[in-house]
Design a protein around this ligand. Sequence first.
Ligand code: ZN
Length: 166
Amino acid sequence: MPGLDDLYREVILDHYRSPRNQGELETPPAVRTEGFNPLCGDEVIVFIDVDDNNVITDIAIGGQGCSISQASASMMSAAIKGTSMGEARQFISAFKGLMSIHEGELGGDGSEAEMGIDADVADAGDIRLGDLEALKGVVKFPVRIKCATLSWNTLAQALDEAAGDA
Ligand code: ZN
């Protein structure tokens, strides 16, 4: 994956080789949704258990695809496990912001400005993206943005279904 910083590449490969929360949850009570990225052939299946207080008590991830899609799903599962549905939606917004800010930067004029924007993203609100910051290098490759956001869109569907069942 040329072009990604070594540190970021290591984080991504670690999640790809050792995916967190891999498996299935029993449905019901779990909600199951699946997403597909035909551009790359990525498939992500998301299972979430939500309790009466709207807390995501458990999450499991299935599917197959490229390292970006599967690493993003793994990082997402680790980030949102144990959060409320509201917090999970904030994570989705923050992650999509990370992707879209850099998308808008593609025509940018210099690395200094890019560094400034990176710092803003890292400090944005109460959301700590942690390992997910590793994926910001992906936006240098616009076709891979769909790989990175696939699991988050699939999670958003699961949250909608879980909310509908409440
Ligand atoms: Zn992909």
